[in-house]
Ligand binder design. Structure first.
Ligand SMILES: NC(=O)c1ccc[n+]([C@@H]2O[C@H](COP(=O)([O-])OP(=O)(O)OC[C@H]3O[C@@H](n4cnc5c(N)ncnc54)[C@H](O)[C@@H]3O)[C@@H](O)[C@H]2O)c1
Length: 342
């Protein structure tokens, strides 16, 4: 077993305080025994300092000062979306391996630049595609591999939610609703569904989308409906929204030629083949712990990345092609999609 590492957190808001820190604490001090943090907002910094026992001299307003003084073994970046690209590139250029929160970037071109720097610098860049590592999703993947429902031909994932997640008080709780964040419900929540579609059904050939702001007074999309045609002929139907006005159903189902597999709200996974229904129990977790464990194993040379930057680029290609489809009213070829001038 390798010796404990020194980790850094850049961005210490809600997701870090509520999800990252508890997962890192579960992994334990034998994995990461020292933390350093950076966040321009005192209250975010201070909250995580208390949670992780970070002394004031290891807490920074500006992550660039942290990079100059601390030499961490890795960094987790959890700032708002528009800062990911510059922050990731600065960390990679400083030789520090990165795990960045989703979405990897706000543009496809930005994600491609990050991959190029990671390759040139020879420094790991992994992305927090945590839904893929939820116990439920891992079970779905295993059941598909075992052929439990035959060849999958359809993935549908739908939730017409009422709200976006509020950011932390003191910074800008509404940053997700602003143009500067780079996109709305599709980039924020739909991103998870797109990488799951890629994981369950493989690469995407084309996308057709209707995306807009239909029911909220915000600068970004509140509704996104995507139809993906996968290279193998399968289809994904993704519907995500902040525009709903009631309690919406939450659907995530893979249909195969012999039956279907659905992720249930209680955390279980239901396999249904004609009359037969089998319920598999699994934890309703959010996949952070497993992602962090895999990230550390990758740094130790003991396993694959929990999500490579290349997978994140493919996710962004589908998303940006979907926005293009919605703008132009056309079906957009995904492998051939290149973002100009972004
Ligand atoms: N993987 C998931 O399931 C999941 C869930 C929630 C949020 N997220 C992602 O986590 C990220 C943060 O979201 P959040 O809900 O914690 O937001 P938040 O508003 O609660 O926190 C953002 C924090 O970033 C800080 N910040 C602003 N500019 C910064 C900069 N340049 N450098 C460092 N820190 C900066 C703010 O002061 C604030 O403390 C986003 O990318 C979001 O999409 C992921």
């Amino acid at each position: 077993m390798s010796k404990p590492r020194k980790g850094a957190m850049i961005g210490c808001g809600r997701v870090v305080q509520d999800h990252h820190v508890p997962a890192w604490m579960q992994l334990g001090r034998s994995v990461v025994d020292r933390w350093t943090v950076a966040d321009p907002l005192l209250q975010s910094r201070a909250a995580v300092q208390v949670q992780l026992g970070v002394p004031n001299e290891m807490a920074y307003i500006d992550y660039r000062a942290l990079l100059l003084r601390e030499q961490p073994d890795f960094v987790v970046i959890s700032s708002p979306h528009q800062f990911h690209e510059t922050t990731v590139i600065d960390c990679l250029n400083a030789g520090v391996p990165v795990l960045v929160e989703k979405p990897v970037a706000t543009t496809l071109a930005g994600a491609e630049r990050m991959v190029a720097v990671s390759r040139e610098a020879g420094v790991h860049l992994a992305v927090l595609h945590n839904y893929r590592w939820m116990e439920q999703a891992r079970l779905v993947r295993r059941l598909l591999d075992e052929g439990a429902v035959g060849e999958p031909f359809l993935f549908r994932s739908e939730r017409i939610g009422m709200y976006w997640s509020q950011g932390i008080e003191g910074y800008d709780p509404a940053w997700r609703t602003k143009e500067s964040a780079g996109g709305g419900c599709l980039l924020d929540n739909g991103y998870h569904k797109v990488y799951l579609a890629l994981n369950y059904l493989g690469p995407v050939a084309s996308v057709q989308a209707r995306i807009g702001t239909f029911n909220r007074e915000i600068e970004v999309d509140d509704t996104a409906l995507l139809l993906l045609t996968h290279v193998n002929g399968a289809t994904s139907s993704i519907q995500v929204a902040w525009s709903g006005s009631g309690q919406s159903v939450n659907v995530s189902e893979v249909c195969g030629r012999k039956g279907s597999i659905s992720q249930e709200d209680d955390g279980s996974v239901k396999v249904s083949c004609c009359e037969e229904v089998i319920r598999h129990t699994s934890r309703a977790d959010a996949g952070f712990l497993e992602t962090f464990r895999r990230f550390i194993d990758m740094l130790d040379g003991r396993g694959e990345s929990p999500a490579t930057a290349e997978e994140a680029v493919e996710t962004m290609r589908v998303i940006r092609a979907a926005y293009h489809s919605a703008r132009t009213g056309t079906v957009v070829d995904v492998p051939g999609y290149r973002e100009q001038g972004a």
